[in-house]
Design a protein around this ligand. Sequence first.
Ligand SMILES: Nc1ncnc2c1ncn2[C@@H]1O[C@H](COP(=O)(O)OP(=O)(O)O)[C@@H](O)[C@H]1O
Ligand SMILES: [Mg+2]
Length: 242
Amino acid sequence: MSGEAAVFARGLTRRFGDFTAVESLDLEVAGGEIFGFLGANGAGKTTAIRMLCGLLPPSGGEARVAGCRVGRDTGALKRRIGYMSQRFSLYEDLTVLENLEFFGGVYGLGRAELAARADELLPRLGLDAERGRLTGSLPLGYKQRLSLGCALAHRPRVLFLDEPTGGVDPVARRGFWDLIYEQAAAGVTVFVTTHYMDEAEYCGRVSIMVQGRIVALDTPAGLKARTGGADMQDVFLRLVDA
Ligand SMILES: Nc1ncnc2c1ncn2[C@@H]1O[C@H](COP(=O)(O)OP(=O)(O)O)[C@@H](O)[C@H]1O
Ligand SMILES: [Mg+2]
């Protein structure tokens, strides 16, 4: 991979007591790539993402994200990444606009900058008509788009999305992926977990994690060729069963 990777991990490991949740993770993701980080429940995806975001100290190994050494350049790392957590936490009693302003404000955006960013993001997220609406009254698909907007408010270079489409219908999922593509086209690196295998097909490359270890990492086409799987669902089952 030429130049510095947007996400780089070598030997990244996390133990909880004598249980190893993430075991010696190695990966490199290029700038602007959409990287799918796949695995069954409990495989270690969230634990790995939390380490890459500087939120959980590793037990071993090293990582660099957006040019920052994880665990060292913490302030710069936080400004350069966006993180939509698996159980994202919007304020239900704030309006759509207030949530966006709150999360942008946390990253130090000033009032004028926040207003400009909201005018840019809300129409793109399909939320312009809802800007004054209480967040708690929104359908889940809308909350997910708002949550993405909150993670994007400060223009991060690398975006971590942990099961962003969990629980929403296929049409809403497809719409959410259009937003992901838009970000990648603008140069943002997207590191996304999902267990919807149709979504795995939308990624440039994917890794498949089983019990804390990456067992395969390639393009969807490459993985299908290697395993003989007809689609990503089939590839996933073959690798997880092996
Ligand atoms: N704070 C913790 N203490 C103990 N075990 C944990 C903790 N966080 C995660 N685990 C365990 O690590 C494993 C991986 O969890 P997680 O990273 O959430 O997986 P995934 O996101 O792939 O579903 C699970 O067995 C989980 O129970
Ligand atoms: Mg998880």
